[in-house]
Ligand binder design. Structure first.
Ligand SMILES: [Zn+2]
Length: 119
């Protein structure tokens, strides 16, 4: 893997990270707007934790993606970027281009999906 490829992936990870953070922020703002305009004061008082859970669920996917991006950036700093977490083989530039925060190679991903779809 070349330095310029790594740099390209780093830029794309940072861009993607910004997108996800913005998405999370807009979800959070929409959530707050809904809450404050609903006029359900008592419920608001009582259900802060509950509402937060709903927000957590709705943004869980983005948070997961954000975690993946952050760990990809960490792996990049550690020099482990692009190495499959399962079989330690190279993930491959084509796959990284398609998904810069990929953790496993195509082979392991296919294997995992097969295992997960068993039931
Ligand atoms: Zn693998």
């Amino acid at each position: 893997m070349t330095e310029s490829f790594l740099e390209e992936m780093r830029v794309r990870l940072e861009e993607k990270k910004r997108d996800v953070v913005e998405l999370l922020a807009s979800e959070y703002n929409a959530f707050q707007a809904t809450n404050s305009s609903s006029g359900r004061d008592l419920v608001d008082l009582a259900s802060n934790d509950f509402d937060k859970q709903i927000l957590d669920v709705s943004s869980a996917l983005e948070v997961k993606t954000l975690n993946k991006i952050n760990s990809a950036i960490t792996r990049m700093k550690n020099g482990h970027y692009g190495i499959c977490a399962q079989c330690s083989q190279s993930i491959g530039e084509e796959r990284l281009k398609a998904m810069p925060y990929a953790v496993v190679c195509v082979k392991c991903k296919t294997k995992n999906e097969r295992l997960n779809n068993k039931d």
